[in-house]
Design a protein around this ligand. Structure first.
Ligand code: NAD
Length: 369
C-alpha cells in the first residue's frame, strides 16, 4: 500500500432543516458576534440566518453567551477578487466580530476563507451549491486578471452545515453544472498520484451517488418524493467529492479548467462540465482500472465509463461547447499553451498537439470518445 497522510476535515452537520442548528454550532465555536457573508443574489438566505441567530435564546452549550450579529457583507463575487476581500475586511475592521459565517456557493465560501486566513477568525460555512470548497484547505483568488491558488491547513473552515433544503433554490442548470463540478473532484481523486484507500472509497461512493441522483435533481417534472431523495443523495455525493478535493492532488482536468476559466473568464461549473468528458478521454488509455471502477459506478455504462459519462451528460440540462460561453476559436492555441505552461503530473504525459485537439473539441462541444 502506498504511503498516505491522515486528513483534517471540518465538523459537519448534514440533513434537512439543519440550519436550525446554527445557534448551537456558533456557540460550540465560542462565537458571540458573527460577521455574515453572501453574494448580492443570496441576501434573502443571509437574512434568514440573521433571524435564526437573533431569535435564538439559550443553547445547550455550557457557558455559551448571547449571540449578536456583528455585521454583514453581501458583495461576494465569482473567483474571489482580492479587492472585494479588502473591502470586506475594511467593513470588518470597524466591528468586533469573532466568527465568519458564509452562506452560498464556492465564491462566498472563498471570500470567507480569504477573510479567515487574513484575520485568524474561525469560519463556519453553509454551502448552497455542490462545488465542495467548504471541505478544502484551498483558496483561489484573483488579482490583476490572474487567478492564483494556495493550500494551507489554516484555510480549512471549522464547521460546515449542509442543509439539503438550501440547494433546492439553485436553477436547474446550476444544479447540473455544479453537480458535474463535484463529480470531477471524485473522478480525478481516483487517478490522483497520491490517492489513498479511504479517499478512493469515498470517490467511488461519490460517483455512484451523484451520477444516480443528478438526472432526478435537475428534472423539475420528476416525482416530488424521488426528487427530494435525489437532492439528499446529490448533496451527500457533493460532500464526499469535497473531501476528495481537499485531501488528494488533482491533475489534468482541474488544470485545464483553471487555464480556461481563469484566463478567459468562463463560468466555473459550466467549464468543468464541458471539459470533464475530454479530460477523462485523454487519460483513459493510462488508467484502465479506474475506468473499470467508474464504469461500475455510473449507471448505463455497459462496461465503458465514457459511455456512462456521455449518457449522464445527455440527461442533464447542460451545454457542452465552450464557444457557447464566449470562448473564441482564435484562443484555442493560447489556452493550450497556458494549460502546458506549468508542468504538472498527469497519468498520460501532456502532448502539445493532443492537448490542443482536446481544447478544440471542448470549444466545439464535440462528443468525447
Ligand atoms: P458561485 O458561488 O460563484 O455561485 C454562482 C451564483 O449562484 C451566485 O450568484 C450565487 O449567489 C448563486 N447561488 C449559489 N447557490 C445558490 C442557491 N442554492 N440558490 C440560488 N442561487 C445560488 O458558484 P459555485 O459553482 O458554487 O462556486 C464556484 C466558485 O467556487 C469558483 O470561484 C471556484 O473557483 C470556487 N471553488 C473553490 C473550491 C476550493 O476548494 N477552493 C472548490 C470548488 C469551487
Amino acid at each position: 500500500m502506498a504511503a498516505f497522510h491522515t486528513f483534517n476535515v471540518p465538523r459537519v452537520i448534514f440533513g434537512r432543516g439543519t440550519l436550525a442548528k446554527l445557534p448551537e454550532e456558533v456557540a460550540l465555536l465560542g462565537g458571540q458576534a458573527p460577521f455574515l457573508l453572501s453574494t448580492p443574489q443570496q441576501t434573502d438566505q443571509l437574512e434568514t440566518i440573521r433571524k435564526i441567530l437573533s431569535s435564538s435564546s439559550e443553547t445547550s452549550i455550557a457557558g455559551a453567551g448571547k449571540v449578536t450579529v456583528a455585521g454583514s457583507f453581501t458583495e461576494a463575487t465569482m473567483h474571489t477578487p482580492v479587492r472585494i476581500t479588502d473591502k470586506a475586511i475594511d467593513t470588518l475592521k470597524s466591528l468586533s466580530a469573532d466568527l465568519i459565517i458564509s452562506i452560498g456557493g464556492g465564491s462566498t465560501i472563498g471570500l470567507g476563507k480569504a477573510i479567515s486566513i487574513r484575520t485568524g477568525l474561525p469560519h463556519l460555512c453553509i454551502p448552497t451549491s455542490y462545488a465542495g470548497s467548504e471541505m478544502t484547505p484551498i483558496l483561489g483568488e484573483t488579482a490583476d486578471g490572474r487567478k492564483t491558488t494556495r493550500s494551507d491547513p489554516r484555510i480549512l473552515p471549522r464547521t460546515v452545515i449542509y442543509d439539503v433544503d438550501l440547494t433546492g433554490t439553485m436553477p436547474a442548470t446550476m444544479r447540473a453544472t455544479s453537480g458535474i463540478n463535484a463529480l470531477a473532484h471524485a473522478v480525478e481523486a481516483l487517478y490522483s498520484r497520491d490517492a489513498s484507500p479511504v479517499v478512493t472509497s469515498m470517490a467511488v461512493e461519490a460517483v455512484r451517488s451523484l451520477s444516480q441522483s443528478l438526472p432526478k435533481v435537475t428534472d423539475d417534472n420528476s416525482d416530488a418524493e424521488a426528487r427530494s431523495k435525489a437532492q439528499e443523495d446529490a448533496l451527500y455525493g457533493a460532500w464526499l467529492c469535497g473531501m476528495c478535493l481537499g485531501n488528494v492532488s488533482m491533475s489534468i482536468h482541474h488544470k485545464l479548467c483553471h487555464a480556461l476559466g481563469g484566463s478567459f473568464n468562463l463560468p466555473h461549473g459550466e467549464t468543468h462540465t464541458a471539459v470533464l468528458p475530454h479530460s477523462l478521454s485523454y487519460v483513459a488509455p493510462k488508467i484502465g482500472p479506474v475506468m473499470a471502477q467508474l464504469a461500475s459506478a455510473i449507471p448505463g455504462s455497459n462496461g465503458d465509463a465514457m459511455v456512462g459519462l456521455n449518457s449522464l451528460l445527455a440527461k442533464l440540462p447542460v451545454k457542452l461547447a465552450l464557444k457557447d460561453y464566449g470562448f473564441k476559436e482564435e484562443d484555442i492555441d493560447k489556452a493550450a499553451d497556458i494549460a502546458l505552461s506549468q508542468p504538472y503530473w498527469s497519468p498520460r504525459p501532456l502532448e502539445r498537439d493532443a492537448i490542443r485537439e482536446v481544447v478544440r473539441r471542448i470549444w466545439a462541444g464535440e462528443p468525447a470518445r
